[in-house]
Design a protein around this ligand. Structure first.
Ligand SMILES: [Zn+2]
Length: 253
């Protein structure tokens, strides 16, 4: 329609009208392009928001798992510290508790904490990391990738040369698999029962050396692997809350 009018004006050599009509066409095109740009930006923003919300839910679930996991590690570390005090202590009346004996039995177990984030893995593997527009959050996430990798390496180092006390000192830490009269596992402790010979432990310098080494190693594992990952996830959560405008009233994890 407008083009017919322009050609009519051209034929009449009405240059002012031609210019005005061409101007209208150009402005119309520009407005159309701009609306298109706005739409694209809105769609991208929505996709980013959806992605960040999914990531937020994953981070919260991982923080839950991590917090349960690190409580177990923390308890074992303090049981081990208490155990060392009992074994090295001069008070002959103090006995080892069942939990302390179990802590020695498992003092070489350095499991990797649960830190699975499918959304991040998906984004990293598809090379779409730039979907996140916030620079600080993007930097925090890539730092998390590095810290995760470093924690995995550290954990591998610990696991490469475990000092297994019940294997090295079977006469001092004995494990029995308890079956009931029907030949079935008993309910308690999944059927296994650990017993410690405290007098023997106190008399063996080799055992006391190895117990001290395992305590130091366990504390290092707690600090370098478990705590470091937990701190990192807390930081990512804070960044995500800032970007998404979330608040967790009173009970922020
Ligand atoms: Zn949050």
């Amino acid at each position: 329609m407008i083009f017919r009018r322009i050609s009519k004006s051209l034929r009449r050599q009405d240059w002012v009208t031609v210019l005005i009509e061409i101007g209208i066409v150009v402005i119309g095109l520009l407005i159309g392009l701009q609306i298109n740009n706005w739409n694209e930006a809105r769609v991208e923003k929505q996709a980013e928001y959806k992605f960040l919300e999914r990531l937020h839910a994953e981070i919260m679930a991982t923080q839950d798992d991590l917090s349960g996991f690190s409580k177990i590690v923390e308890t074992r570390a303090s049981e081990l510290e208490a155990t060392v005090r009992v074994v090295f202590g001069s008070d002959q009346e103090v006995e080892l508790t069942g939990d302390q004996c179990m802590a020695m039995f498992l003092s070489h177990a350095y499991n990797f904490p649960p830190t699975d984030l499918p959304t991040i893995s998906e984004i990293l593997s598809s090379g779409q990391f730039n979907v996140i527009s916030d620079d600080a959050l993007r930097a925090a996430l890539s730092r998390m990738g590095q810290i995760n990798a470093r924690a995995e390496k550290t954990s591998d180092l610990f696991n490469a040369s475990p000092l297994n006390l019940p294997r090295a000192y079977p006469e001092l830490i004995r494990v029995d698999y308890v079956l009931n009269a029907d030949g079935m596992e008993t309910a308690a402790d999944n059927g296994s029962m650990v017993q410690c010979d405290l007098t023997g432990m106190r008399l063996s310098q080799a055992f006391r050396n190895d117990l001290t080494i395992n305590l130091e190693r366990y504390i290092a594992y707690e600090a370098l692997v478990v705590d470091r990952l937990r701190t990192q996830f807390d930081m990512i959560h804070t960044e995500l809350d800032r970007v998404l405008g979330h608040t967790h009233e009173g009970n922020a994890p």
